[in-house]
Design a protein. Structure first.
Length: 424
């Protein structure tokens, strides 16, 4: 064998290996771009789920790049949250009884969101009590302006991963805060404002606590006062304790004295090994349509999209005000950024309908605009809402929502899928 032949053959092998490396790199790069760091666990337990995952890989490029039509909408949102300093905090609460109308639960224009959040954080506390309703520890804060806040204390660090069932663990205070910003960016106006607030346990809790609250406070082994509260699952050995600065961090949720009608969700979970009817029947929506209006189902679809983005699989009931679903109790989100439980989207892929205005809002938020805007809004109030892994998960799940709608369009066509009904 000649030397020239050996050299030529060697060059050929080198070129072949280089080409393989190049194409492998590009192929994996494309897949990473589409899936955005795919999770270890993808719930694809049915043919519908597998079809949705297939549609993720075949999404048009428009869903992976920023939509220029969102720029003016983003600018308006930023202006609403970038409120100027309030000289009289109590003045924010003067017209609180007039806030709710047929369009929204709280004001959301002309700097109102920013002013409300600022007042919620800076207003002095006049009284602290247990908030006994619900399954988990909450405090009720009465402000000097007579406004009330529900306070869900921090249970986990932002980096903590919740394993197990989608509804496992305590509520996450940052999920409540994140949910508010998410709803505002999605243009879902039926959600209560929420901020992160730090409260000194000696000066702002113990000094202002009701006798009932003091009865649910104990000292830990280090001599610090801790709270176990009063609720369905509250236990004396499951307390929340202050940090080294003597402070409790938590989500402060604006409370309104409104009468909400409570309904069981058709897509609720059994919380045991028993499968619910919707988990076994992909035509379940036909039965739901016999008892609920199209408007209510669209409202539930919007809620499912909202819950899927944060992975809140614990909405076993929902509250209604002015015939709209109010997005309350969002603490079970942001548990594990590497898990996407697709069955949270069951109302969407089983009914295959979506409010056209919701779809337009989702299209505006492509290419990273959703999480970019949440970060911009939260920065005004010094909020660190979650980890970068969770932000990446939100974008990954948004692609799956796009894919689910594409699955429905392929199956039924736009005439059936898109509805023009005011929902959230």
């Amino acid at each position: 064998m000649s030397v020239k032949y050996i050299i030529g053959f060697s060059i050929f092998l080198i070129v072949l290996v280089a080409c393989n490396i190049y194409f492998y790199y590009n192929l994996t790069s494309v897949n990473k771009h589409v899936i955005l760091s795919a999770p270890r666990k993808v719930e694809a337990t049915s043919s519908v789920h597998k079809d949705i995952i297939d549609h993720v890989y075949n999404l048009p490029n428009e869903y992976k790049v920023k939509n220029p039509n969102f720029t003016p909408l983003q600018r308006n949102l930023v202006q609403s949250f970038n409120a100027s300093v309030i000289n009289n905090l109590k003045s924010v609460w003067n017209y609180v009884d007039e806030w709710a109308d047929d369009e929204s639960l709280f004001p959301h224009k002309d700097g109102a969101p920013g002013q409300i959040l600022q007042a919620m954080r800076a207003s002095q506390i006049a009284l602290v009590d247990n908030a006994p309703k619900g399954t988990q520890l909450k405090l009720l804060l009465l402000l000097e302006g007579k406004q009330k806040l529900l306070f869900k204390p921090k249970r986990y660090n932002l980096t903590h991963i919740i394993n197990g069932h989608i509804y496992a663990g305590f509520d996450r205070h940052n999920s409540e805060v994140f949910a508010y910003y998410l709803a505002m960016v999605l243009n879902f106006k039926w959600v209560a404002p929420v901020i992160t607030r730090r409260i000194n346990i000696d000066q702002e809790i113990m000094r202002l606590a009701t006798p009932g609250l003091k009865k649910t406070m104990v000292k830990n082994e280090g001599g610090r006062l801790c709270i176990y509260g009063k609720c369905y699952y509250c236990k004396i050995n499951e307390t929340v304790c202050p940090d080294s600065n003597g402070e409790l961090e938590g989500a402060a949720i604006l409370y309104l004295d409104k009468q909400f009608r409570i309904h069981k969700s058709p897509w609720r979970r059994s919380y045991n090994s028993k499968k619910m009817e919707w988990e076994k029947d992909n035509d379940f929506c036909k039965k739901v349509g016999m008892t609920l209006s199209t408007k209510r189902i669209l409202n539930l679809v919007d809620t499912a999209i909202f819950d899927f983005l944060i992975q809140n699989g614990d909405r076993h009931r929902y509250e209604i005000y002015k015939e709209k679903i109010v997005l309350l109790d969002n603490g079970k989100g942001l548990g594990n950024p590497m898990v996407d439980v697709l069955d949270i989207l069951a109302p969407l892929y089983q009914c295959c309908i979506i409010n056209f205005s919701t779809w337009q809002n989702l299209e505006y938020l492509s290419g990273g605009s959703l999480t970019e805007t949440i970060k911009l809004l939260s920065e005004f109030h010094g909020e660190k809402l979650t980890t970068e892994e969770h932000y990446q998960a939100i974008e990954r799940r948004l692609l799956k929502i796009y894919a689910t709608v594409q699955y429905c369009l392929e199956k039924h066509g736009s005439g059936k899928v898109f509805k023009n009904v005011v929902a959230l």
